[in-house]
Design a protein around this ligand. Structure first.
Ligand code: C2E
Ligand code: CA
Ligand code: CA
Length: 615
């Protein structure tokens, strides 16, 4: 699997470009110099057939270097082998001329300098190998040169030859050292630029691509003219996990899930887009059933437990995917489609969903839910709904839970509370929403009985004046705080538990009741019963809905109710949809019931002709 598809403009590539420019210059300069030298020699009448042979061979080699440089193909081997060939040709020609006696006083300095000049652009390893060869050739040349000129003292000429040979070898060695220094600093530069490149395109926590690099990789896939699918992944229950176990645990989960992500067959590129949002591009060859199968494996792989410091951490993941991209222009639409499908998967807790034009099309065309939510709140399109709560034994209504409803939504599918409450939380508008729905309920008056339950998220308790504001609002409407139940989830205990507990105790002192909502769905429900100041427990609807499926589920429901009773807490069971369920939980000892059988949540404004079932 290739995770990185990117970075054609790598630093190493820039150095290749430099080498290409050098090859071009060597080729061009050589192709000018060689004919000029031949021309000059010809004008002085000193041209020999060896000169012609040498010039022809040089031009052939230089042309090859030039062609390789212009075509950007095999530049390095062409340049290095070409220069070695020019070196060899020069020496062959020099010895040939020496043998034929076609040497003069200027020939000797030429063999000292021209080979060094020719080797300037070589790799340092080739230069190091060439240094002794050059020294040896100079020495042999000097020896034969002395003999050819009939030097009287041939031994003396040999010692001069040794000096020249050593100097020549040293010159090539110096060039080799300079080339090594340059190459070494180039390597350092490449490493530094590579690292900079890696950091700029990588998410430092997970090692996955970041958003920018991911977009580059999608563009690269588009450039290959392929149709491929993109999946958006958003972790479920990640924030509570972070709150409960701390950021180190959250980081460990993200790292582990990222590793797993990369191991799933069919994942072509994987990225962390930010927070707990991940994205993958899938192999272009995947479509239809194979694509669905890959997404299912992705989901199964990520929803396994993560072991961390002796604890088993579990988060869920919602995946949305979309396919059929044809060009880079349609990429943003593809990404938005996958994102929209992911939101549907999350809202319906279905694990994964493929983009459907029918279900998601309108959501795709509108603004983001965040923008819509803000303006809906300002327009008054967020309204209070109420759901009755009844006494389990007598079925008399004992109060109502206030639930928010988004009416008149510009999006095709009106978001449900499970979708817009997290948005309100992200935007810091939960208190605003609470005041609006509570005030609407209090203003309407006339609800009998007048006990009201409101849902409070942990973030709301963080504001130091939360309870005071609440009490002031009740005072303004002449409502006794004793009529109010605050429904909290055990997430309030994950972070700043001390201050949250103080806030809840203050509310209790003012007369309010505290209920632990969704009991049994969290990570550590039992210890919460001890740590939080509670009056009531609401057993999550999943328990009552599983009841009857097996003796075991019944036993769990029964035991949960008994536990609450033993702790002197009022016990309410949620999700009662049938008469049989109501009868059963009453027998198990529940004090209160809530659910569709008693009454569905209805908008406050429609609540008049309601709740007929309750006596
Ligand atoms: P919750 O507090 O557990 O509220 C009960 C949820 O169960 C409601 O969903 C209600 O419509 C649903 N429900 C009630 N009876 C039955 C039943 O018999 N069967 C089934 N299947 N479901 C039933 P809803 O209104 O979608 O709210 C979902 C959650 O959103 C609520 O869960 C609550 O935690 C949160 N929420 C709703 N409104 C607000 C709000 O104004 N502020 C805050 N902070 N949270 C809210
Ligand atoms: Ca509730
Ligand atoms: Ca609940």
């Amino acid at each position: 699997m290739s995770i990185s598809l990117l970075n054609s403009e790598r630093p190493a590539g820039q150095l290749d470009l430099r080498l290409q420019r050098i090859a071009q210059r060597v080729g061009a300069a050589g192709l000018v110099i060689v004919p000029c030298v031949i021309g000059m020699n010809a004008s002085f009448g000193r041209i020999t057939w060896i000169d012609l042979f040498e010039a022809a061979a040089d031009i052939a080699v230089l042309s090859a270097i030039m062609i390789a440089a212009l075509r950007s193909h095999l530049v390095r081997p062409a340049l290095y082998s070409g220069l070695m060939l020019l070196f060899s040709i020069f020496w062959c020609a020099s010895f040939g001329e020496l043998h034929l006696g076609q040497v003069n006083a200027t020939s000797f300095p030429l063999v000292l300098f021209i080979p060094v000049f020719l080797s300037l652009a070589l790799d340092y390893r080739l230069l190091a190998a060439l240094a002794p060869v050059q020294a040896l050739l100079v020495f042999v040349y000097a020896h034969q040169y002395g003999a050819a000129f009939g030097a009287a003292d041939s031994a003396g000429f040999d010692s001069v030859g040794i000096v020249y040979a050593v100097l020549s070898g040293i010159m090539v060695s110096l060039v080799a050292i300079l080339a090594w220094i340059r190459q070494h600093s180039d390597d350092e530069l490449i490493r530094a630029l590579d690292e900079k490149d890696r950091l700029a395109s990588t998410d430092s926590l997970t090692g996955l691509m970041n958003r920018r690099a991911f977009m580059d990789s999608l563009n690269a896939l588009c450039a290959n003219d392929s149709t491929f699918a993109v999946a958006f992944l958003d972790l479920d229950r990640f924030k509570p996990l972070n709150d409960q176990f701390g950021h180190a645990a959250g980081d460990a989960v993200l790292r582990e899930l990222s590793n797993r992500l990369q191991q799933v067959a069919g994942v072509r590129a994987a990225a962390r887009l930010g927070g707990d949002e991940l994205a993958v591009a899938l192999d272009p060859c995947l479509s239809g059933a194979e694509l669905d199968q890959t997404i299912a494996s992705l989901h199964a792989g990520l929803t396994r437990q993560v072991e961390w410091e002796g604890k088993s951490l579990l988060v869920g993941v919602s995946i949305g995917y979309a396919t059929n991209v044809r060009d880079a222009q349609s990429l943003p639409t593809l990404l938005k489609a996958a994102d929209t499908a992911m939101r549907r998967a999350k809202a319906h807790q279905s694990g994964w969903a493929s983009f459907s034009a029918e279900l998601d099309g309108a959501a795709l065309d509108t603004h983001s839910p965040e923008i819509e939510f803000r303006s809906a709140l300002a327009r008054g399109d967020l309204r209070a709904a109420i759901q009755p709560i009844a006494d389990a034994a007598t079925l008399e209504l004992v109060g109502y839970e206030i639930l928010s409803r988004w009416t008149q939504c510009g999006l095709r599918q009106t978001p449900e509370p499970n979708e817009f409450i997290p948005i309100a939380e992200r935007l810091g508008l939960l208190n605003e929403l609470l005041w609006i729905t509570l005030d609407e309920t209090l203003r309407s008056g006339g609800l009998t009985p007048n006990r009201l339950a409101v849902n409070i998220s942990p973030a709301q308790l963080q504001a130091p004046d939360f309870v005071d504001c609440f009490i002031n609002l009740l005072k303004a409407r002449a409502v006794d705080p004793a009529c109010i139940t605050l429904e909290i989830t055990e997430q309030v205990a994950y972070r700043n538990i001390e201050s949250n507990v103080q806030m809840l105790e203050k509310a209790r002192r003012a007369g309010m009741t505290i209920a632990l909502d969704d009991f049994g769905t969290g990570y550590s429900s039992l210890s919460m019963l001890d740590r939080l100041p509670l009056d009531k427990v609401k057993i999550d609807k999943s328990f009552s809905q599983r009841s009857g499926l097996s003796d075991r589920s019944d036993s769990i429901l029964h035991a949960s109710i008994r536990l609450a009773k033993q702790l002197n807490l009022t016990c309410c069971v949620e999700g009662i949809e049938t008469e049989e369920a109501a009868r059963k939980v009453r027998l198990f000892g529940a004090d209160e019931i809530q659910g569709y059988w008693i009454g569905r949540p209805v908008l406050l404004e429609d609540s008049r002709q309601l709740f007929k079932r309750a006596s």
